[in-house]
Design a protein around this ligand. Structure first.
Ligand SMILES: [Zn+2]
Length: 88
């Protein structure tokens, strides 16, 4: 999980603009499919969207606030290998 977070591009997940004022290794405890894990990932400011973003959160399917959209959820589920309920 941490590896995935590290592998995420440090770009805005909404507009793909390069992030500025990046802060690496912002730690968060998350409830994952394999239990509670401590995850650190990059936090950055998107000058285009005028908001702070955690690209890794979206890539991993962690929802904070309201930003993750359905497409990203689907991608995250695929990454996790959990599949979708409909697949059964
Ligand atoms: Zn943006």
């Amino acid at each position: 999980m941490q590896q995935k977070a590290d592998a995420v591009e440090e770009k805005c997940p909404h507009c793909h603009h390069e992030l500025c004022d990046k802060k690496r290794r912002v730690v968060r405890r998350v409830q994952s499919y394999c239990g509670k894990v401590k995850l650190s990932r990059t936090h950055g400011w998107c000058p285009q969207c005028q908001q702070w973003v955690f690209p890794a959160d979206l890539a991993l399917g962690l929802r904070e606030g309201s930003s993750a959209n359905t497409y990203l959820w689907a991608v995250a589920n695929e990454l996790h290998g959990t599949g979708t309920p409909q697949a059964r």
